[in-house]
Design a protein around this ligand. Structure first.
Ligand code: ADP
Ligand code: MG
Length: 319
């Protein structure tokens, strides 16, 4: 299929329509009409084969995950997703692959009423760059630089599943239901879009967990000029991961695990009841610690410093 037919068939042909897309795929640029009273949140992520996903990942999962990780960034800002652009580099033209890729992509775009407004299609090593654009009320975005000592720290969902799934794939561990669960968490992360939007009501500070709790909470601490204390026994783990780890959590791996795509957020003590009622029934969430003045992250287990994870200052998190 020639390039323009690919664009017409797989991209333009599968995009859902929105009234605020004045001109979508087909011209030199898209023309969009943002709502009058909103600010725009824009985020871009690239996924490269063998770097961001194992080479054997299915086309459906690559399509799904590429969009999910971008939506996770919008979730972490509390934005409502609206538009998406897709730049894709393909080694060759493979109709079956493209069809499955777009099925994965569109299963999420439909869920969030996201319109594909343009992109670029080139030949090369498999690589996907997605930009998502969403709306957020003025001054309500969930920034990283608003945490204050005394604020409670929460995470959504469970941590560490995806990393275990990746290890299982890499080490070719014989799969069972628990391992399959972890692999599914790796390939099809759930962007916490609705939770992010709700958190704008309580002035939360948030980040999405792409590089591991210690690293990402470190970014909140850096930006907010504070530190944190984490109670490991409160860090939420799935029963599947616990089974995979023989009921003995490997905290070092869990706290440094990438690909969780859960939200880590902080709220003022006074806002906890409102936050809990907003999020209950929408997503599971766990209080894991508190923001502190001292600029380091301490991990405690039953109030004792947990020796396996040294308390680390910021340099540790810098890449
Ligand atoms: P130009 O040569 O003007 O840059 P292109 O040939 O790259 O235009 O693209 C033609 C149209 O198709 C544009 O509207 C572009 O946004 C859209 N498009 C190209 N690739 C994709 C893609 N992968 N997904 C969505 N839209 C795409
Ligand atoms: Mg172009």
């Amino acid at each position: 299929m020639p390039e323009f037919d690919i664009i017409k068939h797989y991209f333009a042909g599968t995009a859902l329509s929105r009234e605020d897309v004045i001109l979508g795929i087909g011209d030199d640029a898209a023309i969009l009409q943002p709502p009058a009273n909103k600010q725009l949140a824009i985020s871009t992520d690239t996924l490269i084969s063998d770097v961001h996903f194992p080479v054997q990942t299915s086309a459906y999962d690559i399509g799904y995950k590429s969009l999910a990780v971008n939506l996770s960034d919008l979730a972490a800002m509390g934005a409502e997703p609206a538009w998406v652009s897709l730049a894709i580099s393909l080694p060759d033209e493979d109709d079956v692959w493209l069809d499955m890729f777009m099925q994965g992509f569109n299963s999420l775009s439909k869920k969030f009423n996201l319109c594909l407004i343009g992109g670029d299609t080139t030949r090369g090593k498999l690589s996907i760059t997605i930009s998502v654009i969403g709306f957020v009320d003025a001054t309500k975005a969930l920034r990283r630089d608003k945490a204050m000592p005394g604020d409670a720290i929460y995470v959504t969902g469970t941590l560490g599943d995806a990393r275990f799934g990746l290890q299982a794939l890499q080490q070719q561990i014989k799969s069972d239901d628990d391992i399959d669960y972890c692999i599914a968490r790796l390939n099809r992360p759930t962007p916490r879009v609705e939770a992010g939007q709700l958190l704008t009501e309580v002035g939360a500070c948030a980040i999405d967990l792409s590089d591991g709790l210690l690293s990402d909470l470190g970014h909140i601490c850096n930006a907010s000029d504070c530190g944190a204390e984490i109670q490991l026994e409160s860090v939420p783990l799935s029963k599947q991961l616990l089974t995979c780890m023989n009921q003995t959590p490997d905290w070092h791996t869990i706290l440094n695990a990438g690909d969780d795509y859960e939200l880590c957020f902080t709220v003022k003590q006074k806002d906890i009841p409102q936050m809990e009622s907003l999020l209950s029934g929408v997503v599971s969430f766990s209080r894991i610690g508190v923001i502190t003045q001292q600029k380091q992250i301490d991990c405690l287990y039953n109030n004792q410093v947990f020796s396996d994870i040294p308390s680390t200052g910021y340099d540790h998190f810098e890449k």
